[in-house]
Design a protein around this ligand. Sequence first.
Ligand SMILES: Cc1ncc(COP(=O)(O)O)c(C=O)c1O
Length: 392
Amino acid sequence: MAAPGDSWATWLAGRSSEHRARGLWRTRRSRVPGAVLDFAGNDYLGLAGDPRLAEAQAEGARHYGAGGRASHLVSGHLAVHEALEHRLATLTGRPAALLFSTGYMANLGTLQALCDSDTRVFQDRLNHASLIDGARLAGARSRRFHHGDLGDLERLLARAADDGRRLVVSDGVFSMDGDVADIAGLAATSTRHGAWLMVDDAHGLGVLGEAGDGCVGRAHGIERVPVLVGTLGKALGSAGAFVTGSQALIDHLIQFARPYIYTTAQPPGVAATTLKALELLEAEPERRDRLHTRIRRFRKEAATLGLPLAASSTPIQPLVLGDSQRVMCWAAWLAERGMAVGAIREPTVPRGQARLRITLSAAHTDADLDALLEVLADCSTRDAIAEGEAIS
Ligand SMILES: Cc1ncc(COP(=O)(O)O)c(C=O)c1O
């Protein structure tokens, strides 16, 4: 007779070997900051390692205590959280904001609280997993439109029965492609069909917009984008996320967003870190300028080398190689030379579109970029040789 639990062991082994056989097995490598040249992270402004943020975190912990203690609705909501929410609402030009522990939870919580089986949700095909999962959690009726295709969205909205609330959902900057959504077009289409628009600007906040307020921010007010999400663990170098919009929206989320209600408040030192990052975002606009100069230079020189970069003007610069094994080879060659890049495969991106996700930061120097371009040129040569050997 099989021992209890044997079927679980068999199932685990089967899933693992199937995943390995498809070249999709993922591994973690523990890293020491600074040991490799990092072109994989989301620290676009180079704030994550800034000693002023570390000091703000320590000071926040000394003042308020290190732990979150309780959920916001019990006794975990502190003055520092409140101050941060006000600051985030001001940055994005909206009346109110609500802090979440992570971007994943902000998206889950917002969609779960706004949607139910009477809601029709229309999502860009390349939206982040947390947006897709949030609509599933809510039991909403979801449709996905072709990436960035307003005509397809229009068609889906026009065909859908007009029998309840409608929500159009899009990333602001697409996390694996780096392109920016047409916010004005999405807003106009949504309004025409009586839908609200929700944008997750995780990768635009801090990087785009006049004041680093993102691709939505103050340029597209609450009447165009009633639900705006931003994350704090990317360009702002801290952690957490927020939703911003009308006071009525925020009040609703406080009452009904389960990933907000049933979790411990963010540690106050983290909120203090983010406040410091926002201060630096305003005081040091040259970080954004430096970043955009690096992006332009990288694209120009990569084009000269004939590297197949996707069209992107943001710090996310995907080099689409197609095949998962090929992406893993390039990532390994880069690692041999002390460089980390993201090796992105399905299911994160569609099959056949595996890519190196190269990310740039204001913290990179010109010499760092020179080194990256040199190694990418080498990878391209090695790849051509390997391909030639495979054919002959
Ligand atoms: C578009 C987008 N939304 C949300 C998230 C989740 O944010 P967090 O890492 O804070 O959970 C990410 C991060 O990976 C993202 O890329």
